[in-house]
Design a binder for this molecule. Sequence first.
Ligand code: AHG
Ligand code: MN
Ligand code: MN
Length: 329
Amino acid sequence: MSKVLSLTKFIIQERAMFPQATEEFSTIMTQIALVGKIIARELSQAGLIDILGSTGATNIQGEEVQKLDERANEIFVQAFEDSHIVGTLISEEMETPVSVSTTNNSGTYALYFDPLDGSSNIDVNAPLGSIFSLHRLSSLPKSNESLLRAGSEQVAAGYILYGSSTILVYTCGNGVQIFTLDPGIGEFLLSAGNITIPRRGKIYSVNEGNRWKWTSGMQNYIAYLQETDAPSGRPYTGRYTGCLAADVHRILLKGGLYLYPGEVKKPEGKLRLLYECAPLTLVIEQAGGIGSTGMERISTIHPTALHQRVPLIIGSPEDVETAEQVLMC
Ligand code: AHG
Ligand code: MN
Ligand code: MN
């Protein structure tokens, strides 16, 4: 019989081995796991209660807010409200940061999150995710500027993926672990540890409907992946769910690359730096991969706005390096 290791026990063990995994960090991860369980439960009942469809409102990104986007955001906020550890919440669904601190202690954490990723999948029972990023601040933020931090400063990051099962994937700078929710006992159990991404893959994941909006460099790169050339493993296979967390998770396990490029008329692309690109980059980097805009590495970018967008090319190191070489010339 294989060993059963719960998230709770894993975190306690990690604390002994790895200084970054402090007791405060354990508490935060336990709350994130709770958020994942609650959202998973609500998603499993979504068709039965009046929670599908749009709220009729648009968010700060100018995008239509689904009822489940709003509900998932509420679940995150409630889990960290009156927190003694996390002082500030920054969400895709909230225009400005929310202070949830009950103390004015000097050390505090800021949690950045995309409460529900892949919203266009809500009504069609396709995969959804939640993405999170954790920063440690030396003091409570006095302005939004102090929350504009590079991905390299993250102390932990990860995602929950609501698919055929619910999984929690995270790193605190000590490798990447995958936990699967056992709904019978309501616990996340370790299902794969110290994940390594293949150095090169055979999958590309991109919304090809945007092809004619891309630069010619990007159009040529995707055409290159589609050419037949057995020695370099081409053609690649296309896979795209419309849920970033799900598509990046496939790339983490199988190799290859995910791309959401900038467009000629919208060079910044679609995805958000602080709570989509930076956390997924930390996970992929910890597994041996790369996150890039094509021009610079995601983890080195110093944000200029909380909801800043950047192009994203993420995945196997050799695939992302090839894409960078093609796009930079
Ligand atoms: P969100 O639902 O949080 O707004 O994120 C949607 C993102 C991401 O999940 C996905 O990869 C991408 O948008 C899909 O966009 P397109 O429909 O433009 O391909
Ligand atoms: Mn998203
Ligand atoms: Mn979202």
